[in-house]
Design a protein around this ligand. Structure first.
Ligand code: FMN
Length: 301
């Protein structure tokens, strides 16, 4: 493990480590206006949602690492405390990059990028028509983290109006992630594109209020299994009860278990392996209670 005091790094290297490690980052494509009413549009990947009551988004137009100059977006939100946080998608990646070019103050990046300004409902800056999701926001605070090059300016926004394109909604009115065509920033020239083919649904996912038995209470034969991954073991540990004695007695009598026992009756290690691998298949299928029962009987036979 390489351990580094950040003050020992050049600003460029420090910036590179931070942006490559904290990735992929979602992108806020932010529209603002200056006091003359000229629109400005720029992407910011120092961005996330920080609460839903009130609905709070934060992005950071940082000072230039080279010159220490502030971004037009930062200047604008100090003048007119409103913005729209638009969520970009892959088909607009290069137009969004055009909007990131450092045009002079007063240049409207909607025109430069060819994207469509659409009038907002409760704020003055226009929305980006091509974005599937647009959040009209009031700027509640701008927190400077420093004055030097690379310093952040946290723009704390409260969402006042949400616009969702029906194209990305399912029948229940929820956002279908497979339709969002997400893009996200990583370090250097790297980006992530999260299309339907890259989205996983995690069947063993447990809500935090359903307490799992925990890794520490599982027998070492499970936590140290040569045949299970850490993700496999943790899924079993997330079940909230141990199998009962009756369930285990019943399972030992089951035909498929008897067949495994018969096939490996003279070789304990091969038997453990066969049962653990069968449990692994059940974990992959999402049959976690059965997997837990199999792992518990592996010790007993
Ligand atoms: C995808 C992407 C993400 C970016 N994220 C940030 C960011 O989080 N903070 C920042 O200061 N600049 C970021 N930039 C650079 C700004 O978009 C760029 O400096 C832009 O010219 C700022 O525009 P403005 O001066 O009109 O506000 C990003 C650029 C791209 C392409």
């Amino acid at each position: 493990m390489l351990s580094i005091n950040p003050s020992a790094l050049t600003p460029a290297k420090l910036h590179e480590y931070l942006l490559s490690a904290i990735a992929p980052r979602p992108i806020a494509f932010v529209s603002t206006i200056d006091k003359n009413g000229t629109a400005n549009l720029a992407p910011f990947s120092f961005f996330n949602c920080f609460g839903s009551n009130p609905p709070t988004l934060v992005f950071s137009p940082a000072r230039s690492g080279r010159t220490g100059a502030t971004k037009h977006t930062h200047d604008n939100v100090l003048e007119i405390k409103e913005c729209v946080v638009n969520i970009p998608h892959y088909d607009m990646l290069y137009q969004m990059n055009l909007a990131a070019h450092m045009y002079e103050k007063g240049v409207n990046e909607f025109s430069k990028s060819g994207l469509t300004p659409v009038a907002s409902v409760v704020v003055k800056p226009p929305r980006v028509g091509e974005c599937f999701v647009q959040f009209e926001c009031e700027v509640k605070d701008v927190i400077e983290t420093g004055q030097g090059g690379g310093a952040g300016n946290l723009v704390v926004c409260e969402v006042k109006m949400i616009h969702l394109n029906e194209k990305v909604l399912n029948e229940e009115g929820s956002i279908d992630p497979t339709k969002m065509n997400y893009i996200a920033r990583m370090g250097k020239q790297f980006w992530a594109r999260v299309g339907a083919e890259n989205i996983i649904s995690v069947p063993g996912f447990k809500m935090a209020n359903e307490l799992g038995v925990g890794w520490d209470l599982l027998p070492p034969s499970i936590t140290h299994s040569k045949y299970l991954s850490a993700n496999d073991v943790a899924q079993v540990a997330s079940l909230h009860t141990f199998p009962t004695k009756e369930e285990l007695d019943e399972l030992i009598k089951a035909e498929f278990v008897q067949e495994i026992i018969e096939a490996h009756k003279n070789d304990k290690e091969a038997l453990t392996k066969a049962i653990h691998l069968r449990a692994k298949i059940e974990i992959e299928r999402g049959s976690l209670p059965l997997a837990f029962q199999l792992l518990m009987i592996a010790d007993k036979i």
